[in-house]
Write a new protein. Structure first.
Length: 137
């Protein structure tokens, strides 16, 4: 009588083991893709804030080097930097010292944006102060 023997030393994975490993891999890959997307978005925001910082610093430097004493009030304008048009708004305010003005500069990427991407504060002194300091030995 021929008997059929079963092999008990089978190697390999069962279907359930393969499905569980695929489920774990899909969860891990989903988290990695989400993290990579968040990092890319964060890098873009950091790039934009850095450029906005340059625009604001340049605008403040232009005011400081213009040779004129700014009047109080607001002024808007735009600057192109790295192929992007940036919109800025300056607010000039009086301070206790009559020879100084406080300047707040708001920088936006879209002209109609309500929230500035960055705000820079600085001071502009009266031009006569600079000329008086330069002429002194």
């Amino acid at each position: 009588m021929n008997t059929i023997r079963r092999r008990t030393d089978q190697s390999g994975f069962t279907l359930i083991e393969i499905l569980v490993s695929l489920a774990i891999m899909s969860i891990v890959l989903g988290v990695l893709i989400q993290t990579a997307g968040a990092s890319a978005a964060n890098a873009g925001r950091l790039r934009d804030r850095t450029i906005a910082q340059w625009v604001g610093s340049n605008t403040l430097a232009e005011l400081q080097l213009s040779g004129t004493f700014p009047e109080t009030g607001s002024k808007t304008g735009n600057t192109e930097m790295l192929g992007i048009t940036w919109y800025w708004k300056t607010r000039v305010q009086k301070v206790e010292d009559e020879d100084l003005r406080r300047v707040d500069i708001e920088i936006r990427k879209q002209e109609d944006s309500q929230n500035p991407m960055l705000t820079i504060a600085g001071f502009v002194n009266h031009p006569r102060l600079f000329s008086r300091n330069v002429s002194q030995p």
